[in-house]
Design a protein around this ligand. Structure first.
Ligand code: 0X9
Ligand code: ZN
Length: 588
């Protein structure tokens, strides 16, 4: 967000007067706001504010300034309008204007309907150079659901605030993606597979996160049976995606078209209907300050127009309540209520709340740095792995790298359920692809390539994030490398691989990799024997005089259940040569 040519715009704020110098900027170009008063009347300013870690940072946050997720030494950055500089000065902060954000030409989305009726054409509806509208996202879910019925389950987990008011609004929607077997994706904590959950756009203006969610859904559904890593993941894990956790807020953002609005919160106007609609005075409740995990603590505001408004009471918002109900249906509560109580080491599940920006991986506690969680070591280790994968992001508890903020959903997930929970702040603080609204091409060039391996990593970790559970054996390739001598022209010998925790039937192209040391391989007959005793020939005897076998055979064993004891059976059927089965591997 920080501009490279900052010096031209930098101006010390000495109080109201200095701020006034800047009010003659570009007149507002935002378009009409049909649903709520969310018009950004003028240019958006980024102020660089002296606020070292600790009391000063918390004071800034506590006063409700729109503090960006970005720190430069002793300085934080605040988003606002021309008057915000004066307000900062009056509150005792030293601030300079860091950047005045240009206001591009108004260009509405192709279609702005927020009708809950969708058609396939909506899937192509975009704004701001390619970002998908909510209609597009919801149509995408419907299309993916139609196209991949064996992999997907669509869940309507509630209504947005506007929908509850009969004023437009949206369903709250999730998709569960897995190779579906009995019991999978059921809204019960006893479902058989571990669960990975990722959500985007809880903060509406953080548009990168919705786009990453879209690509992740496509990557999984189109990759099953094609990409071995995706196939193994979906065979063993449920992947839950909420692409847009705050659709009402995103509706406000996309109403800006090519000049997206900076709406962060939901659209609930009950407590602040007369907020001016500038980027520093918006309707709504911050859904990342609204939960009952230390609600009203550090970094929360009581002013309804502030960006970090915590709401009138803990869990007051329908979006908050609906997410919590969903999570409680997906995860068993594994943690006590003490601040340092650990969830058991065999707790399963990982939840990622995607935000932007500042290239950070964060984990609880976010409400304080006075305590580490009881699962700090594995959470920190995972955060480090993900930060490294991203190319060297910072990681830590929010207050260690930025500021404390209470009432967030990420804290709630860990607090209430003990599930491993992270926030990613996707995107750099400065330069190309920085800010809330990066050029759309940044999604393909930068954010998806970075987040794809992080998502795969986090999803695989859902089986055993804290390290004390059953290793995720599942359907992964397994090897038996115990040597078995093959007697000359003698009885068959066998070697066993047992598959457990891998539901369903085996693949029509199961892979059997065989390594045998032998001086005349034409002597050998090899079969794969399924757990029910059915033999599948892999190789017959012949006149091949060559040494050794190092071959991967493909077997159609799709009528066999995967779980059970599989055998490789080898027999030498001619005299004169002997050998040893040294290892074999099976992927069913
Ligand atoms: O302040 C937030 O809600 C998040 N940053 S953002 O700039 N995307 O708004 C960070 C939340 C970190 N987690 C907790 N404080 N629990
Ligand atoms: Zn955010």
């Amino acid at each position: 967000m920080k501009s490279t040519g900052r010096s031209l715009l930098t101006l010390a704020i000495a109080g109201v007067a200095a701020a006034a110098v800047l009010t003659g900027g570009t007149p507002g170009t935002a378009g009409p706001a049909p649903e709520v008063a969310a018009v950004q009347a003028g240019p958006t300013y980024v102020y660089k504010v002296h606020a070292p870690l600790g009391a000063a940072a918390q004071n800034l946050l506590g006063r409700g300034f729109d503090v960006l997720e970005d720190r430069d030494g002793d300085y934080l950055f605040v988003l606002g309008d021309a008057t915000t500089g004066g307000a900062l000065a009056r509150a005792g902060f030293t601030a300079v204007i860091d950047e005045v954000l240009p206001a591009p030409q108004w260009q509405p989305p192709a279609k702005k309907s927020q009708s809950p009726t969708f058609d396939a054409a909506d899937v192509n509806e975009t704004y701001y150079g390619g970002y998908r509208t909510i209609n597009a996202h919801w149509s995408h879910l419907d299309l993916v659901g139609q196209q991949y019925p064996n992999l997907t389950t669509l869940v309507d987990y509630g209504d947005s605030w506007r929908k509850t008011q009969g004023a437009g609004g949206y369903d709250l929607r999730a998709i569960c993606i897995t190779k579906k077997n009995a019991g999978d994706c059921a809204l019960t904590t006893s479902a058989p597979k571990p669960r990975f959950f990722v959500m985007g756009q809880l903060h509406a203006r953080e548009v990168t996160t919705g786009d990453v969610a879209w690509r992740w859904i496509d990557h999984l559904t189109s990759g099953y049976g094609v990409d071995a890593e995706v196939t193994a993941l979906l065979d063993t894990t449920e992947v839950w995606v909420v692409p847009i956790a705050n659709p009402d807020g995103v509706n406000i953002v996309q109403q800006g078209g090519n000049s997206p609005r900076y709406q962060r919160k939901n659209a609930n106007t009950t407590n602040g209907s007369n907020c001016s609609g500038t980027s520093s005075s918006q309707v709504g409740i911050d859904l990342n300050r609204n939960t009952d995990s230390h609600w009203g603590g550090a970094g929360t505001s009581s002013n309804p127009c502030d960006q970090t408004y915590k709401g009138p009471s803990a869990n007051s918002e329908v979006e908050t309540k609906a997410l919590q109900a969903l999570w409680r249906n997906l995860y068993r509560d594994r943690r006590g209520t003490g601040v340092t109580d650990a969830a058991p080491a065999d707790t399963t599940g990982v939840v990622i709340s995607m935000h932007s920006y500042s290239n950070l991986v964060l984990f609880p506690w976010g409400w304080t740095t006075s305590y580490k969680t009881g699962n700090d070591a594995p959470l920190r280790a995972m955060a480090k792995d993900m930060a490294t994968m991203a190319g060297g992001w910072q990681y830590g508890q929010p207050g260690e790298v930025l500021y404390n903020a209470a009432g967030a959903t990420d804290d709630w997930v860990y607090d209430d359920l003990g599930v491993a929970s992270f926030v990613w702040e996707i995107g750099p603080s400065s330069g190309t692809c920085s800010g809330f609204f990066p050029t759309y091409s940044c999604q393909a060039s930068t954010f998806w390539p970075k987040t794809k391996p992080m998502l795969m990593y986090a999803a695989k970790k859902a089986a055993n994030p804290y390290g004390g559970g059953t290793p995720p054996v599942g359907c992964a390739r397994q090897t038996n490398d115990t040597d078995v001598a093959i007697p000359d022209n003698g009885p068959a010998v066998t070697s066993t691989i047992t598959i457990a925790g891998c539901e369903g039937n085996a693949s029509a192209s199961s892979q059997v990799e065989v390594h045998i040391v032998h001086t005349y391989r034409g002597d050998l007959v090899i079969d794969l024997v399924a757990p029910d005793g059915t033999a599948y020939p892999l190789k017959a005897s012949d006149n091949d005089a060559g040494d050794n076998i190092d071959t991967t055979y493909t077997a159609n064993v799709s009528s066999e259940a995967r779980n059970g004891a599989w055998q490789l059976r080898v027999r030498d059927v001619y005299s004169a040569d002997t050998g040893t089965l040294t290892s074999w591997s099976l992927t069913v």
